[in-house]
Design a protein around this ligand. Structure first.
Ligand SMILES: *[C@@H]1O[C@H](CO)[C@@H](O)[C@H](O)[C@H]1NC(C)=O
Ligand SMILES: *[C@@H]1O[C@H](CO)[C@@H](O)[C@H](O)[C@H]1NC(C)=O
Ligand SMILES: *[C@@H]1O[C@H](CO)[C@@H](O)[C@H](O)[C@H]1NC(C)=O
Length: 402
């Protein structure tokens, strides 16, 4: 019994106790440390969560939105680079200075109507104009110069009607086009027909004179202005539905374009079915309005409050069926005016539940000294001056006479 009173190993027990105690303390300490660690981890997690939700999410959303508008900016930049390349190529191609000067002059001066240029300053008027036309687009056009018989000139069925938006002062461009790629239309009597689309200006009398010989001008009762390109296009579409119902397809392009008609015929045949419910060309399926006032494609919040466009097919050249054109003309009465004509057409397409249909061959710059276009993959080339147009036409390796 006394054995227990005097524990023989009291020292051992002490050690055990102390070990136990320190062990317990260690464990407690560890528990506390673990708890602190947990807390720290939780805190870090919470912080990460707050940062993610509070900062990263809006930031990535912002970046996402801007990236989408950047896409368009990138496209514009790409166009600008393309244009620079064209000029550089001209410098290489044209060895004599007067030619070069002429060419650059043409690039700058002869094509003020286009959606495709890069250097045109935004007119102050644009904002006013946009504010003025926020109502529904309900124009029904009256033709001051008309050529009702263009599509009736023979019994041939018409494959494609080409509508070329032009500015009154661009007679040289019109003549250059008539003498080059429009020769495919056999003086507007073959299965490809064409018209030039213009508006009213002090030059209307001169245009009447020009039309006496060429019989290819349609001039509508609205003021000819860059920001009225939507009027010009819709006027052309209206004309097509009234006077060219026997056309299968309708192509819209500008007067600084080279259109390779054999290529155009090829793509319309190949995409015939799709074009019954779509508009085709160089189409961006995602695009945002540009809110930078310096941009040529500036769209004020007032003129276009939404954050995205329904995409669009570049106004440099797009093609669709007469079927779709007829629907666009009808639905345009319910689509508010918007000054960027290709976006406006896309808005109509969206309202109709139709589609944008990207087609290859609508390119930026023509490659001189290369005959890769012989295979008819080319459809359009944009930003082509009068002298460049003639040069493309006369370069022996081009497939223009195919
Ligand atoms: C078109 O068809 C009508 C009747 O079929 C005919 O009288 C006329 O001569 C034809 N015109 C041309 C240009 O072929
Ligand atoms: C567009 O045309 C309409 C109708 O002729 C005219 O009132 C308006 O001022 C024109 N827009 C511009 C920017 O000139
Ligand atoms: C012509 O096109 C081919 C193939 O696309 C390319 O490799 C070549 O560099 C081009 N030549 C010129 C002169 O641009």
């Amino acid at each position: 019994m006394h054995v227990c009173d005097t524990p023989p190993d009291s020292g051992y027990v002490d050690i055990l106790t102390s070990i136990f105690k320190t062990g317990k303390q260690d464990i407690m300490l560890k528990v506390i440390q673990v708890k602190r660690g947990d807390f720290r981890q939780d805190f870090v997690r919470l912080l990460t969560f707050i940062i993610t939700i509070g900062i990263l999410f809006p930031m990535s959303w912002y970046i996402y939105l801007n990236a989408r508008s950047l896409e368009l900016t990138e496209k514009l930049l790409y166009d600008a680079i393309g244009d620079t390349k064209v000029v550089l190529r001209n410098i290489k191609t044209f060895t004599t200075l007067p030619n070069l000067h002429m060419n650059m002059q043409n690039n700058v001066d002869l094509n003020p109507t286009l959606h495709t240029g890069t250097k045109k300053p935004v007119e102050q008027k644009q904002e006013d104009m946009q504010q003025k036309y926020t109502g529904w687009f309900s124009e029904s056009f009256h033709f001051i110069i008309n050529n009702e018989d263009i599509c009736k000139a023979s019994n041939e069925s018409i494959d494609i009607l080409i509508m070329i938006t032009s500015a009154p002062q661009n007679k040289l461009s019109r003549n250059a086009i008539r003498e080059t790629w429009l020769t495919h239309t056999k003086m507007n009597k073959g299965n490809i027909r064409y018209v030039f689309l213009l508006g009213e200006s002090p030059m209307t009398k001169e245009l009447e004179k020009e039309n006496l010989h060429t019989k290819d001008i349609i001039l509508g009762n609205f003021k000819d202005a860059y920001n009225n390109l939507t009027y010009k296009t819709l006027m052309g579409y209206q004309w097509a539905t009234q006077h060219c119902r026997n056309a299968q397809f309708v192509m819209k392009t500008d007067d600084d374009m080279y259109v390779h008609i054999p290529g155009l015929i090829r793509v319309t045949k190949k995409n015939a079915k799709a074009l019954q419910t779509a508009i085709g060309g160089s189409c961006a399926l995602l695009a945002n309005p540009i809110r930078d006032k310096r941009s040529k494609w500036y769209a004020s919040f007032k003129s276009y409050p939404q954050t995205t466009y329904p995409g669009f097919c570049s106004g440099t050249g797009y093609v669709t069926s007469l079927n779709v054109v007829t629907k666009i003309v009808k639905t345009s009465k319910d689509v508010p005016f918007f000054h960027l004509e290709d976006v406006y057409v896309a808005l109509c397409i969206k309202k109709l539940g139709l589609r944008l249909h990207p087609i290859g061959g609508f390119v930026l710059a023509y490659n001189f000294g290369n005959c890769t276009h012989n295979d008819n993959t080319l459809v359009t080339v944009h930003q082509v001056s009068v002298s460049m147009l003639k040069r493309i036409w006369e370069t022996p390796c081009t497939p223009n006479k195919v």
